[in-house]
Every structure is written in C-alpha cells, then in structure tokens.
Design a protein around this ligand. Structure first.
Ligand code: P6P
Length: 299
C-alpha cells in the first residue's frame, strides 16, 4: 500500500509543503493519546461562547507549539484563538486555518472527532477558500484516518500500528447518495430549509448526523447526500465557521466532485470579513446542492 510520503512524492508539492503535511498528520498520535487525560470541562469559553474542554485547549496549544518549532508556518488562525498567531521565525509563507478538535465534546461519549486544517501558500488566511493550496483532516474514529487534497484529487489514508499512514482510497469521488442531515433545532428552521428537508425525507433520504462536522462530512464523502447546518431563526449566519470548518472541508468535497453552498452561492468564493465569520452550510453531492440552490432562488 502507498505511504503518505510515497503519494506526496508523486505530486507537484514543494518539499517544505510535503514536510508540513507529514508533520501535521503525525500529530494524530499525541492528540489521540490526550483523549483520556484531558476530558474535563475547563471554566473558559471560546470566542463563540462555547464551553471549552481541556482537550480543545490542549490540542490547540500542542499544534501551535509544533508549528512554531517547525519554522514551516508563518501564521495560524485557530477556532480556539481570538487572533491570528504569527510565527516571525518561519522560513515559509504557509498560513494555516485550524479547528484543532472539531466535535470535541463527543470524546466523552466515544464518538469520532477530528482536526481540520487549511493551508494557504501566500502568508494570509483571510482569503476565499478557493485559494487554498491544500486541505486535510485527521479523523479519530475506529481507525485514525487522514483525508487530504493538494489540488490533485482527494485521497484517504489510514494509520497503521507503526504510526505510518497508508493509502486506503485514491481519487475519492462523492456519489449522488441519499443521506441527509440538518443542524439547528427543527422548531427554528426557516421555511425554505424546512420545505427542502421535508422533500428529501419524502424521497427516502436517510438521516445521518453525529454532532461532529468532520466525521459527518467524511461519511458524506463516501456515501453522498446533503449535510446542512443552515441559517435558522435568530441566527441567519448559522453556527459553523467559514475559515475553520466550511473552507477546508468544502475544498476537499469540491475536489471530490461535490459542492459547498450557502444555499445561494458557492462558499469557496466568500471573502472572509472577520476571523469568526460564520456561514450557513450545505455540503455534499453536486446534484442535490444544485437542486437546492435552484429551489431557494426560485422561491
Ligand atoms: P450542534 C461541533 O461543536 C460543531 O462545531 C460541528 O462539528 C458540528 O457539526 C456542530 O457543531 C454540531 O452542532 O448544534 O448539533 O451541537
């Protein structure tokens, strides 16, 4: 089976980008090891008013220390930080966006969570997701899986007992499947959203929603369908973050032939207004998202 390095050596990536991707992917081991010892809630909140568990803070701190020591990262924006962290000693122009542990509250109930990373190669994170040079996620489930694109398709790797990533699936293409999910409380769904979800249910779409965006999108990448965290009453921006969740995962799904949309436009074309920019998200198979956009625009 092809190793991560063997795959990277077949791509157009510069050596320092290959090293950065391998460095990030290797952090799955220490992060997973911390699951047992860092579960308690700490008395702090992130900038979104969400209670942080020790794991959120630990994984964020760990990754920032790794970035600094490597000198491979010029700047890093994190879902757990209010500001962009700069690394003046960096020897590269790579600027990262990071959700260090997406879905972290699920660790306590032993469900899959993950790390989401976007990589820009011109020193700046405040730019559309379309400009990403690479996007990746590590998913901590029954297997430790790495999903990766360097703009040459999407490939899935799994970590073996020796800590090496071996290619599990090459050139992933998202099918037009029939899974669906919607975040937000049903009582708060806006009419257009509620109507479209009801149609999918009538057509026999099956509900799959775990509470971890990265785990859910990984499943939709395999089986196809429509994952959504919509605008809802009192929160027209929705809950999920443009920089840390939508762009990197949307870039990966788009590279696999899928789409990511606000319901009206492609999210990868949005210029971030602020680090905590939130967007309504519809992500998944191309056909169902084009159908949704058509219906939303007609009504
Ligand atoms: P809710 C996790 O907190 C997260 O940011 C995403 O990973 C997930 O899809 C969503 O929020 C879950 O939100 O409102 O269902 O708890």
């Amino acid at each position: 089976m092809t190793t991560l390095r063997e795959y990277l050596d077949t791509t157009s990536c510069k050596e320092d980008l290959k090293e950065l991707i391998e460095l990030i992917a290797r952090q799955a081991e220490p992060i997973r090891k911390a699951f047992i010892t860092n579960q308690e809630y700490v008395d702090t909140e992130n900038i979104y008013g969400e209670e942080q568990i020790a794991l959120d803070k630990w994984s964020n701190k760990h990754m920032m220390e790794v970035f600094k020591k490597s000198k491979l990262v010029k700047a890093a924006a994190s879902e757990e930080e209010a500001e962009i962290i700069k690394f003046p000693e960096a020897k590269t122009e790579y600027a990262l966006t990071m959700d260090p542990l997406d879905g972290s509250s699920l660790v306590q109930v032993n469900l899959a969570v993950g790390t989401i990373i976007g990589i820009y190669d011109n020193g700046e994170v405040m730019q559309p997701g379309r400009n990403l040079r690479a996007a990746m996620y590590m998913l901590y489930g029954p297997m430790t899986v790495l999903g990766l694109t360097v703009k040459e398709g999407v490939h899935i790797f799994a970590m073996n007992d020796e800590g090496e990533y071996l290619m599990l699936e090459k050139d992933v293409r998202i099918p037009e499947g029939e899974l669906y999910a919607s975040g937000a409380l049903k009582k708060d769904w806006l009419p257009k959203h509620a109507k479209f979800i009801e149609k999918l249910e009538e057509e026999g779409y099956k509900l799959r929603y775990s509470g971890s965006f990265v785990a859910d999108v990984h499943q939709y990448l395999k089986y196809g369908g429509l994952f959504s965290y919509p605008a809802y009453k009192g929160k027209e921006t929705g809950k999920l973050r443009l920089l840390f969740e939508a762009n990197p995962m949307g870039y990966i799904v788009t590279q696999a032939g899928g789409r990511i949309s606000t319901g009206y436009a492609d999210i990868l074309d949005i210029m971030p207004e602020k680090i905590d920019h939130r967007v309504p998200i519809y992500i998944g198979s191309k056909g169902v998202i084009e159908r949704l956009e058509k219906e939303f625009k007609e009504e």
